[in-house]
Design a protein around this ligand. Structure first.
Ligand code: FAD
Ligand code: NAP
Length: 540
């Protein structure tokens, strides 16, 4: 759409949605279906969000695709065929495009346009949305579907500008395929992205240096082509399976919750169970070995040591193996990784692990990376350094309320929300899978559907009651934030220096952001709030 033309029009909408990932796509479909005038604004040149931006080699989901998909339309879930158990980025992007086509979504999405600011006018109950193209929109409600992992942490190493090779960030991967054949490559970052991409890059590179600041736990993906019989059975039970998933902690069905502690069984029995789960594959499956792996340090240590032992078995060089064994956090307290042959690459002569745990990277030169007293000469660099997670994409928009207060000021010491859906003092603006909701600790498409449905129902409720404004009560927000913190403190999660608590971003206040009480408990809370006529919210 021509932005010059747009400027001349009076852009009034019922709802502006920021972001065209799965959250934005479903918000558009659902809200438009309620008869609302909706526009989605997306800074990227196409839809898909995460799966549009993260095109790095090896990118795929770590939740089975039959689960990681929309459930709102029976036709859709019956129609779509996933080629593999854990789908690759390209297949997930194809799926997003299929959804957009099926529900005719593109016509209401404005691409290549970044939302820069949003300000609320109380007298008119409207948000003014400003974009980088100069176009201004007005809306009664704003839905921030801007993503939890959508604001890449960019490298700021001294000397990067002098580097003569090409460099890439996994979260901003170019559309055209990058060929590392015959090139010496440096990979910085060993979270899910780095661990997923390393085996693929190792296949091409003449030499690969993996710079590891913190060793991470990773489990074998055991991905395979979809089995037609399994798919047939799954699809015949889809509706019941989706309903069952709603009653689980991670919003994923098919894993019976564990009933016993790791301390209740003999050593042999414990190892047998871990081994069974290890062979089965999948992170939830493994964390479901026992019911206290994320709450009891002693139990967790058994699981951590089991995986360390597997690493030692896989990696031939004992020194490298020990460096790859995580010792600084309990397993599962940082996002557990699912890989496709990560540890095994270190048995190849051209793959080197560089331990930067003590002094980090000193600088980058025109030829490579300096760590300690060594310059590692490389032709290309991959930064798999993650994201300013959960709050980054929200704080990057200058959000100002009718009193002239900025959300980024309110959230200076961490996000404050009621139910992860709204923040007090900022009416009519909603977050999808926002901080203090279980979003990132669940099968995210399920959490997206849950939040979007909640928002759509809420707007309809307001319409039917003649309300123009919704705002959470400060007291409700305080209680919810406290509850989220208390729940996290009852677990081992705070022991991992993860993006869950902003530890990956220099200077970011450390506060545990996701709600880890479980999707099913959160769902019950949302339902109770609605049944009590939106308890904790103020309407005008
Ligand atoms: P996103 O997909 O992040 O979309 C947000 C969109 O908002 C982006 O397109 C962005 O460009 C746009 N945007 C942001 N700010 C602005 C602005 N100011 N103006 C305009 N547009 C803006 N979750 C799982 O449950 N299972 C998985 O296996 C899994 N794998 C993942 C793999 C990777 C590599 C990553 C990074 C994340 C993964 N996730 C996974 C989490 C994933 O982010 C969610 O599952 C889901 O795709 C999020 O959808 P979303 O629409 O909420 O956000
Ligand atoms: P991440 O988990 O935050 O990992 C970033 C890595 O970069 C960490 O190893 C970190 O080290 C390192 N790092 C950061 N700054 C550094 C610096 N200045 N110097 C050296 N190393 C530095 O990010 P991610 O791997 O992109 O994953 C983010 C999330 O996206 C995941 O947790 C997951 O939820 C999702 N994801 C999922 C999949 C999937 O399998 N489906 C794939 C990719 C991403 P420290 O640990 O020391 O901070």
């Amino acid at each position: 759409m021509n932005s010059e033309k747009l400027k001349k029009i009076d852009h009034k909408y019922d709802v502006i949605v920021v972001g065209a990932g799965f959250a934005g796509l479903y918000a558009l479909h659902r809200l438009r279906g309620e008869g609302l005038k909706v526009k989605v604004i997306e800074k990227g040149s196409d839809l898909g969000g995460t799966w549009y931006w993260n095109k790095y080699p090896g990118c795929r989901c770590d939740v089975e695709s039959l689960e990681y998909s929309f459930s709102f339309c029976e036709d859709l879930q019956q129609e779509w065929e996933w080629p593999e158990k854990y789908s690759a980025q390209n297949d997930i992007l194809n799926y997003a495009n299929f959804v957009a086509k099926k529900f005719d979504l593109r016509k209401d999405i404005l691409f290549d346009t970044k939302v820069m600011a949003a300000s609320f006018t109380e007298t008119e109950n409207t948000w003014k949305i400003e974009t980088d193209s100069g176009c201004i929109f007005q809306c009664n409600f704003c839905v921030l579907a801007s993503g939890n992992l959508s604001e890449p942490q960019m490298p700021n190493f001294a000397g990067l500008e002098s580097f003569e090779g090409n460099w890439y960030h996994t979260g901003l991967w170019p559309i055209n395929k990058v060929d590392f054949s015959g090139r010496r490559v440096g990979l910085i970052g060993t979270g899910s992205s780095g661990i997923q991409t390393a085996p693929e890059v190792a296949k091409q590179a003449s030499e690969l240096f993996v710079f590891q600041r913190t060793a991470n736990f990773s489990l074998p993906g055991r991905n395979h082509d979809s089995d037609p019989d399994t798919v047939k059975i799954h699809k015949s039970q889809y509706r019941q399976r989706r309903i069952a998933a709603l009653e689980t902690p991670f919003g994923i069905g098919g894993y019976p919750p564990p009933t016993q502690s790791a301390l209740e069984v003999t050593d042999e029995e414990r190892d047998r169970i871990f081994e069974e789960k290890w062979q089965e594959g999948g992170t939830i499956s493994f964390l479901y070995s026992f019911n206290d792996l994320l709450t009891n340090k002693e139990s967790n240590e058994f699981a951590s040591e089991f995986v360390r032992q597997k690493i030692r078995e896989k990696v031939h060089d004992t020194e490298t193996a020990e460096l790859l064994c995580p010792t600084t956090h309990p397993i599962g307290t940082k996002r557990l990784v699912l890989d496709n042959g990560y540890y095994e690459i270190f048995n190849q002569p051209h793959v080197n692990l560089v331990d930067i745990s003590k002094n980090g990277i000193s600088n980058i030169t025109k030829n490579g990376v300096v760590a300690g007293s060594t310059e590692y000469k490389v032709d290309a660099l991959i930064f798999a350094m993650g994201f300013d997670a959960m709050t980054g994409s929200i704080n990057n928009i200058n959000i100002c309320n009718h009193k002239g207060e900025y959300l980024s000021d309110k959230w200076k010491y961490g996000p404050l929300t009621y139910l992860g859906l709204m923040t007090a003092g900022f009416p009519n603006i909603f977050f999808v899978t926002g901080p203090q909701s279980p979003g990132v600790k669940s099968q995210m498409i399920l959490s997206i559907e849950q939040h979007v449905d909640w928002i759509a129902d809420c707007i309809k409720y307001m319409e039917s009651n003649g309300n123009k404004m919704i705002n959470p009560l400060k007291k409700s927000e305080e209680l919810w934030v406290k509850h989220v913190t208390d729940v996290a403190n009852d677990t081992l999660y705070p022991m991992g220096n993860s993006w869950y608590q902003g530890a990956n971003i220099k200077g970011k206040t450390r506060v545990f952001m996701p709600y880890v009480g479980g999707f099913q408990k959160y769902r019950a809370k949302l339902n109770a709030v609605v049944s009590a006529r939106y308890e904790g919210f103020d309407f005008n």
